[in-house]
Design a protein around this ligand. Sequence first.
Ligand code: PLP
Length: 375
Amino acid sequence: MSQAGTPVQQALDTLMHRVFRAEVLDMHAYVVAPAEGLIKLDAMENPFGLPTDLATALAERLAGIGLNRYPPGDLSGFRARLGKAFGMPAGVALTLGNGSDELIHLLTQACARPGACVLSAWPSFTMYRLSSVLNGCRFIGVPLGQDLRLDVDAMVQTIQAQQPALVFLSYPNNPTGDLPDTSAIHRILSAAPGLVVVDEAYQPFARSTWIDQLPKHPNLLVLRTVSKLGLAGLRLGYLCGAPQLVAQIDKVRPPYNVNVLTLAAIDFLLDHLDVFEEQAAQICLERTRLATHLGSLGGITVYPSSANFLLIRLPPERHASTVLSGMRNRGVLVKDVSAMHPLLHNCLRITVGTPQENDALITALRATIVSDNSN
Ligand SMILES: *Cc1c(COP(=O)(O)O)cnc(C)c1O
C-alpha cells in the first residue's frame, strides 16, 4: 500500500528538504544494470579471472590475515613495493584509495576552495563531474570534437579562460577509447594553472603512460587502478605525484580506507603480474579482432580504442536502446551510452571479453539487427 500523503510520509518529505543538499536530492543513484545469467560486457571487467592454482595460493595467504586488527598504520613498505612494480620513478610519492573513484573524490575535496572549478573533456568519466558537484565545485566539460577525439585548442582556451584548480584527463578516454596525443597533454600541462590528473585506468591496454614524466612536471598527477587489470573487486587505486602534493591528499584520506584483505591480496599478486599482463595482451588481440568483425556488420562505426572496450555507433535507422534490449534477450549485456551526451547519439560501449564471449556478442548483435529488419 502506498504511504504517500500519510503524516509520516509528509514529515519525511519535509525533513529531507530541510537536511539534504539540493545537489544530493537532485542526483540519481549510480545504477548498476542487473547481469544475472548474462554475458557481462558492460563494465570493462577483465573476463578471465585468476588461474585456479593462483586462487588457491591466494586463499591460503588470506587465511593468515588477522581480521580483528585495523590495517597497519605505516604502509610505506607496501606503497614502495606497489610503486616499484608499476614503474613509478624515484622521488615521486603515492597515496592509496578504495578504488581510484575514491581518489577522484579526495582530490576534488582537497581542492574545493570557494569558487574553484574542475575541468575535463566531455563526455568522459562520470565521476569527475559527480565529485565536482558533491564538493561544490563548478564543473566544466569541454566537448570532444565530432570525431570524438580531444579538442586540444578548445581545452587550452577554456583552461586559460576558467583557470581550473583541477583538470581530469582520462587517458585513454572512457567512454570513447581515444588516447590523446602526447603533444596535446604537453599543451594542457603548460596551460593549466592548477593540477592536471592523467587518469590511466586503462594503462594495461594502452601501454602508454605519463608516470615516468612525473619528475619533469610539478603540476602532473597520475591516477592508476588495478580494476581494469583484473582486480576490480579488490578496490585499489593509487595516485602518484610530487610528495608535497600527495601529502595534501593524504590528509583528506580516511584512515584505513584500504582494508587488510585487499592489502594482503595485492601484496601477494604483485609477484604474479605476468599473469595479468598476459591477459591484457590477449584482450588487446581480441579488441582488434572484435573491431574488425563489428566493422564488417554494415553501417556500424567502430571508434579506434586503446582501452579494453570499443565504442560503436549504430546506423541512424537503429535505436541504441532497442539494440541493447535485443542483445540482452539474446544473453549479452553491453552499455548504452547514447543518453550521456549528444555526441554519443546511438552509441554503445562494448567491453572486450574472452574469444567465446566476443563470438557470442557478434552473433547476438547480428541477430538483433537482422530481426529488427524483418519487423
Ligand atoms: C573504471 C574507471 C575508473 C575507476 O576505477 P576504480 O579504481 O575501479 O574506482 C577510473 N577512471 C576511469 C576513466 C575509469 O574508466
